[in-house]
Design a protein around this ligand. Structure first.
Ligand code: 2AL
Length: 234
């Protein structure tokens, strides 16, 4: 039976949306269909609290749309997991953010991991998520390549070199066994970095696809008992 997974890129970059979709389709099982979308209005990249707040409305609209299309799961493919809990109130199917997916997967293959993300100002977002999800004890370090999200598209080769340098430093200096990539725009670089460094490098897009397939296989959906119940009608 075919599984349909809606992959939401919360920023409005078409190029990043297609690259995330290609990675998701690549890791998906043969009978999994990936439907990749991004909001029509919002921000071109998400690099702070303001950007996250703006993107949240678009994410929730797309989750509603995916629900109407009866998808079997939704992925929020931005490393801040914007609107994750709100999306779970709206959805019936599982909803997974790429940061939480990557943290879970990394913690299964290494006792400690480091995160390599984009701009230093996004570090606090990752720190808050680690604390919220209970993974702060597993994360040794958050490193930043100090490039904006859109440079991952516009200056891909330079960004890849910066990413590789930072991942190399993490492997040598952080006492870790795995690296989590801290941006949806890095998804298509994970395999190459992992081959280069010979340690697990986890991209949350792939991790989230496999987690949704696993949850679906177990017949698990978002609980409607408790705080993930549908939003109250006013
Ligand atoms: C992100 C991400 O994954 N997509 C985006 O626009 N901003 N997060 C980040 N830390 O750079």
């Amino acid at each position: 039976m075919t599984i349909r997974i809606q992959v939401i890129n919360p920023n409005t970059s078409q190029q990043m949306t297609s690259s995330i979709g290609a990675v998701a389709q690549d890791v998906a099982a043969a009978d999994t269909e990936i439907i990749t979308v991004c909001p029509q209005h919002g921000v071109a990249s998400i690099e702070g609290h303001y950007d996250e707040a703006i993107s949240a409305a678009g994410v929730l609209q797309l989750v509603q749309q995916g629900k109407q299309q009866q998808v079997d799961g939704h992925i929020i493919a931005c490393f801040g997991d914007p609107a994750l809990h709100a999306a779970r109130e709206v959805a019936d199917a599982p909803v997974i953010g790429i940061a939480e997916a990557a943290f879970h997967m990394a913690s299964l293959v290494a006792t400690k991991f480091s995160i390599v993300t984009t701009l230093p100002r996004t570090r606090i977002i990752a720190e808050h998520l680690l604390q919220q999800y209970g993974f702060d004890r597993h994360c040794a370090q958050i490193r930043c390549i100090d490039l904006p999200v859109l440079a991952l598209e516009s200056e891909r080769e330079f960004a890849y070199i910066r990413l590789l340098e930072n991942c190399h430093q993490a492997r040598e200096q952080d006492g870790i066994g795995a690296i989590v990539l801290g941006c949806g725009g890095m998804a298509d670089m994970a395999e190459e970095v992992s081959r280069e460094l010979n340690i697990p490098v986890i991209d949350g897009v792939r991790a989230a696809v496999k987690l949704i397939e696993g949850l679906h296989g177990m017949g698990l959906k978002t609980s409607k008992w408790g705080d993930y119940a549908y939003p109250t009608q006013k």
